[in-house]
Design a protein around this ligand. Structure first.
Ligand code: FAD
Length: 285
């Protein structure tokens, strides 16, 4: 199928992109990597009046890794972040998750920020942003620039706290504290498919290698990423209890790919394994 007709804008500067989005209002859509939007247009599941293509906008293809964390600009492709040694050194969870996102050709075009704004409940990157307590920087003519924390950004399946006229200009993934390890594990029917269930884990050890903090975020088992603090259970050395706590907190649904019960089972298994892997890495950090 072909997309329904729309007006096409290709701004060269952020200011022009914001003006184009403000003029389009409710009827406007940003086009970044197009790996989610183009299929939606072609299937006529989305019918925006105006598409604002940001691919020629100067200054949005940035990637900076510093002591505080990794900031990824709106046009930075997933593959670039995956391959960046600097980003992996500051925030290893990004690479651990990105290698599981779709296939290499899709990651060559798809953007990190686009995946966050698209907010597919089964996507990896929203869970990464959520477990790290990261944020998305939005800009619009009406409200200027502001940072929205992950816990406020994801509001429902395919829904985020970005209004008409908003451009997500970058996302920030905070650095890890010392003696911290991370892991991202998932189960999908075929490599590259969206996951049936996925778990991102972050574990911080004390200097004496006792556990200081353990958190997980689950993908594919609720409308938004589910973040659960399992410090008490993991600190007592009881990963099975941590898995039980997480299973109690999620709201998986049946669909054609898997039953809710199977997804709940997967989350328990993945939580135990991800906590074990993140703990090993924390001990080596
Ligand atoms: C076959 C296939 C398999 C896939 N498998 C996975 C997978 O396993 N895991 C996964 O996470 N993803 C998967 N994806 C999706 C892929 O990661 C997309 O690239 C990503 O979700 C969207 O990024 P994009 O840059 O292509 O955004 P686009 O498709 O351009 O846009 C997606 C949505 O976000 C909005 N948007 C994008 N950028 C901005 C911005 N800067 N400001 C405001 N709004 C914006 C658009 O308006 C649109 O609504 C898959 C895609 C395909 C085609």
């Amino acid at each position: 199928m072909k997309p329904p007709p729309f007006a096409y804008r290709a701004p060269r500067e952020v200011g022009q992109a914001l003006a184009d989005l403000a003029a389009a209002g409710e009827d406007g859509k940003v086009l970044a990597g197009g790996q989610s939007l183009i299929p939606l247009l072609n299937m006529r599941l989305a019918a925006p009046g105006t598409v604002v293509d940001i691919n020629r906008v100067a200054g949005l293809d940035t990637l900076t890794a510093g002591p505080d964390g990794v900031r990824v600009g709106a046009l930075t492709r997933q593959a670039r972040v995956e391959r960046s040694e600097e980003a992996a050194a500051v925030q290893p969870l990004l690479r651990q998750a990105l290698r599981l996102v779709a296939h290499p050709v899709i990651r060559n075009r798809g953007t990190v920020v686009g995946s966050l704004v698209h907010a597919d409940p089964a996507a990896e990157l929203p869970a990464v942003l959520a477990v790290l307590d990261g944020s998305v920087r939005l800009a619009s003519v009406a409200d200027g620039e502001r940072d929205v924390p992950a816990r406020e950004f994801f509001t429902g399946p395919l829904e985020v706290a970005a209004g008409p006229g908003d451009l997500a200009v970058s996302a920030f993934f905070p650095a890890l504290p010392p003696r911290t390890g991370t892991a991202f594990l998932e189960v999908s029917r075929r490599h590259g498919d969206f996951a049936l269930a996925g778990v991102a884990a972050v574990v911080t050890m004390r200097a004496d290698l006792g556990l200081e903090e353990a958190r997980v975020a689950c993908a594919g088992v609720g409308p938004v990423p589910v973040v659960v603090d399992v410090t008490a259970e993991a600190g007592a050395g009881d990963r099975a209890a941590a898995a039980h706590t997480v299973r109690e907190r999620i709201e998986p649904e049946d669909d054609v790919h898997a039953s809710a019960a199977y997804r709940r089972h997967l989350i328990g298994v993945l939580t135990e394994r991800a906590l074990a892997e993140a703990s090993r890495r924390a001990a080596d950090a």
